[in-house]
Each structure stands twice: as structure tokens, then as C-alpha cells.
Write a protein of this length. Structure first.
Length: 94
């Protein structure tokens, strides 16, 4: 199902697969059939070009404690080497 840039898709019904498709689009889960592509590249793992906002604060349960700790460090190192910046946190109120 190709989705043109700027198109928003809403799936409000309970049990219709919203979480499954979001996890698949983000690379957190593999598609049971077919493939997911973003900008011409197949999505098969989480990537820094995509963001996920979880409903609750949590560690990534598919990683070990050591991998959870290393993830933040490795991400920070990649940010320093990249030409773009990711802003974390809420903007400060004036």
C-alpha cells in the first residue's frame, strides 16, 4: 500500500492492528507478509531516521541490560558523527 508524502492514515478502532503496523513501520517487528520500504530502502530494523514515541517510559525489552545502556551511548556517538541533530526533551518554557 503506497502512502504518498503528506498523507495521514487514521485507524481508530480497537484491535485493528495499529500497534502492529506502527511497530512494523518503525522496524521493531518484521512483517509477516510483504515488505516495508522508506525512501527506497527496506525497513528491517529500527533506525535513527525514524522516531517512535512509546506510551510509557521503559527499557527496550528485546535488548539486554548491557545493550540498553550501550544503545544510548552508541546513539550519542552516531549523532556526533552525523550532519543532522536530534533534539531530545521538551522545549524550555519562557
Amino acid at each position: 500500500m503506497p502512502v504518498p508524502p503528506g498523507l495521514m492514515i487514521a485507524a481508530p478502532a480497537s484491535g485493528c492492528g495499529k500497534t502492529t503496523i506502527l511497530n512494523t513501520l518503525s522496524g521493531l517487528e518484521q512483517a509477516s507478509e510483504g515488505h516495508v520500504f522508506m525512501d527506497g530502502r527496506e525497513v528491517n530494523a529500527p533506525g535513527l531516521e525514524r522516531g517512535v514515541v512509546f506510551q510509557g517510559h521503559a527499557l527496550m525489552p528485546w535488548l539486554t541490560v548491557r545493550q540498553n545502556i550501550a544503545f544510548g551511548r552508541n546513539t550519542a556517538q552516531r549523532r556526533q558523527r552525523s550532519s543532522w541533530t536530534v533534539r531530545a526533551g521538551w522545549p524550555k518554557r519562557r
